[in-house]
Design a protein around this ligand. Structure first.
Ligand code: MRU
Length: 345
């Protein structure tokens, strides 16, 4: 089985998702700046995987600070936090992980510099291992929502590759299959970065899960033909009222699902829910290089000088979401109270 992000002999090793499925190449990152660059350039992507990588980058940064003075280490960690936090703005798991790592620094004032460094490495590995367990729980909780025979549409890649392993949306599919259900998948290609074509199709095929690739503009047609029983997607940030930011195009799929009376589910860990944000309007949306839209395989396909927009995410209002599947259970509308209840479990 492939590894997504791993701590190995004081380096961070990642599969390079930019070149999948053509090649399975692992990059060995030796300092936190390399980890920040890898997140920014999408060597690693997907909200939980970004969080795990940031935690490992933080630990790597700490290891490389040459000092015996706690004060110096803490000052450097502030800088490291700033650099890692500036990589991608939408997935809240990035900020969640950095906050958790900084929390370890604050709550271990009695440790020496060397002890603290070791503690930070342990914490990053714990975040990694916990993520897989959380995804398995999401899988078990979500599996119950799918019928014995169902075809699920998914958008982007919320699979093993987007996490430490197993996946969130694809975790629900894996969980249902493990529970003996017959689940088939339709994967949207997910323009412009093609996470569906390159990543979802690759990892599901590798697992022998029945997957059919479609272009984004085919989803409505497939629904109107009665070929889709449920939609399951991941999330990059969920506001406290249940509004969901996920890969651009998700909103369009949710509206189509509503029209066709198909349940639209979101699978995400609690670390993706941002209780500080009251609704979707407060979620920062990353704008990416317009070349992702104007170019194909490195070649310009749009006329030079054309106006282009490239928001990487959109917000689906909670009213279109049939359920938010988390490790603590499934929240349903009204989300404000349901989400609070999950956090108190
Ligand atoms: O730009 P990406 O590839 O990082 O976007 C990923 C997504 O939108 C995923 O659906 C989301 O992070 C959930 S991953 C379990």
């Amino acid at each position: 089985m492939f590894k997504i992000v791993e701590w190995k002999k004081n380096t961070v090793v990642m599969i390079d998702q930019r070149i999948l499925p053509a090649k399975e190449v692992y990059l060995v990152l030796k300092d936190y700046k390399a980890v920040a660059k890898a997140i920014k350039e999408m060597v690693v992507r997907g909200a939980p995987a970004i969080g795990v990588s940031a935690a490992m980058g933080f630990a790597l940064g700490a290891l490389k600070v040459k000092t015996k003075e706690k004060k110096v280490l803490k000052r450097e960690l502030k800088k490291i936090t700033r650099v890692l936090a500036a990589t991608r703005p939408t997935a809240v798991n990035l900020f969640w992980a950095l906050e958790r790592m900084n929390g370890v620094v604050e709550s271990n004032a009695d440790l020496t510099v060397e002890e603290l460094k070791k503690r930070l490495v342990d914490e990053a590995n714990t975040i990694h291992d916990e993520d897989i367990e959380i995804n398995r729980a999401i899988g078990r909780n979500g599996a119950k929502l799918l019928k014995k025979n169902s075809t699920v549409l998914t958008h982007c890649n919320a699979g093993a590759l987007a996490t430490a392993g197993y996946g969130t949306a694809l975790g629900v599919i894996r969980g249902a299959i493990e529970a003996g259900k017959n689940v088939k998948v339709f994967a949207d290609e997910t323009r412009p970065f093609m996470q569906g074509t390159r990543l979802t199709a690759w990892e599901l095929k590798k697992d022998n899960i029945d997957v059919t690739l479609i272009t984004d503009n085919m989803a409505g047609h497939m629904m109107s033909k009665g070929l889709i029983d449920a939609v399951v997607v991941g999330a990059d940030r969920i506001a406290s009222n249940g509004d969901v930011a996920n890969k651009i195009g998700t909103y369009m799929v949710a509206v189509l699902a509503k029209e066709h009376k198909i349940p639209f589910y979101v699978a995400a860990p609690l670390s993706t829910i941002d209780m500080k944000i009251k609704d979707g309007t407060g979620i920062p949306i990353e704008e990416r290089d317009t070349k992702e839209v104007t170019h194909w395989n490195g070649k310009r396909v749009a006329p030079a000088g054309i106006n282009v927009l490239n928001p990487a995410f959109d917000v689906t209002p909670g009213r279109l979401v049939a359920g938010i599947v988390t490790e603590k259970g499934v929240a349903t509308r009204p989300y404000r109270t349901a989400i609070k209840r999950l956090f108190s479990k």
